[in-house]
Design a protein around this ligand. Structure first.
Ligand code: C2E
Ligand code: MG
Ligand code: MG
Ligand code: MG
Length: 288
């Protein structure tokens, strides 16, 4: 929108920038009150074990029900929460709420919770996890924590120690959005992850040409030989599922099965979690 003439350009942008900063300040003030006002809600998206044809896990995905702006997605507010130092508090709330919800599910369904790199700064994270498990009664073995490469990238020196402590509790650790960063491979050597989540940008290219398939094949094979399971994110159609099954991927997650939903709307997915054992087959959960 910048004007072509140099002289007017700066003045032209100024009010725009101002409005942006203003909007950000307003959002920041809202965010500081959101937790207290009970505006956060945890949604859940199922992960389906391909071989067993059943829901094996639900990933907790945070939503902010803003009183004026409607429902906001993590991309609208997580980085702001990180910048203003609120993410640890919010993250602790998510852990606790999600663990309480998950404690109501069947014994063999796990819960996955996303962590921000900022939660690794102090020593609070391990405590937050212990509190969430104790308050809910959820066994540690049913909790998976998802971290992205940024957690390893921003390592202040104790990230690995914290990850090992969490592992000692019996919690599983997943590498999220695998393949999007610069050093995904080297991080697999630094920490023995339990699960690799193949970023949805790779799945989106499926079934497509040979490259996409070759990459999925390589990651699944790598995971298997390192003793890690693999989950494909962003599965949106049957052709993708067929390819992923063929390449030995362990789990799939995506709109083909279900988007993230409120805790109160998981009943059909929870019964599907009982497994197919002679009935049905993967797929009653095409995008709702
Ligand atoms: P993520 O952990 O990689 O989660 C998967 C994201 O992909 C979710 O977006 C999900 O709704 C979306 N998705 C799932 N299936 C499909 C599909 O088939 N197609 C497409 N196009 N998208 C799909 P969402 O809920 O907006 O979350 C975005 C990111 O925000 C998450 O990415 C995660 O990194 C972060 N996040 C979510 N909840 C939390 C939280 O409680 N704490 C922290 N620190 N980060 C969170
Ligand atoms: Mg995730
Ligand atoms: Mg992801
Ligand atoms: Mg992501």
């Amino acid at each position: 929108r910048a004007k072509a003439d140099g002289r007017g350009t700066f003045r032209y942008f100024e009010p725009d920038m101002d409005a942006k900063m203003q909007a950000r300040r307003v959002l920041e003030l809202d965010l500081r009150k959101a937790l207290l006002n009970g505006e956060f809600e945890v949604y859940y998206q199922p992960l389906i074990n391909i071989a067993e044809d059943r829901v094996s896990c639900f990933e907790a995905l945070l939503r902010w029900n803003h009183p004026l702006r409607g429902q906001l997605l993590p991309d609208d507010f997580i980085s702001l929460a990180e910048e203003i130092g609120l993410i640890s508090q919010i993250g602790a709330w998510v852990l606790r709420q999600a663990a309480m919800d998950a404690a109501e599910w069947l014994d063999d369904i796990r819960l996955a919770v996303n962590l921000s790199s900022a939660q690794f700064k102090g020593l609070g994270l391990v405590q937050d996890v212990v509190v969430a498990l104790e308050a809910s009664g959820l066994p540690a073995s049913r909790l998976e924590l998802e971290i992205t490469e940024t957690v390893m990238l921003h390592d202040t020196g104790n990230t690995l120690a914290i990850l090992h402590k969490l592992r000692e509790l019996g919690v599983r650790i997943s590498m999220d959005d695998f393949g999007t960063g610069y050093s995904s491979l080297s991080y697999l050597r630094k920490f023995p992850f339990d699960k690799i989540k193949i970023d949805r940008s790779f799945i989106g290219d499926l079934p497509g040409g040979g490259d996409a398939v070759a990459i999925i094949k390589a990651i699944s094979g790598l995971g298997a030989s390192l003793g890690m399971t693999t989950t494909a994110e962003g599965v949106e159609n049957w052709a993708q599922l067929d390819k992923l099954r063929l390449e030995g991927c362990t789990e799939v997650q995506g709109y083909l099965f279900s988007p993230a939903r409120p805790a109160s709307q998981l009943a059909d997915l929870l019964s599907y979690a009982l497994g197919s054992k002679g009935r049905g087959h993967m797929g009653p959960y095409r995008a709702v």
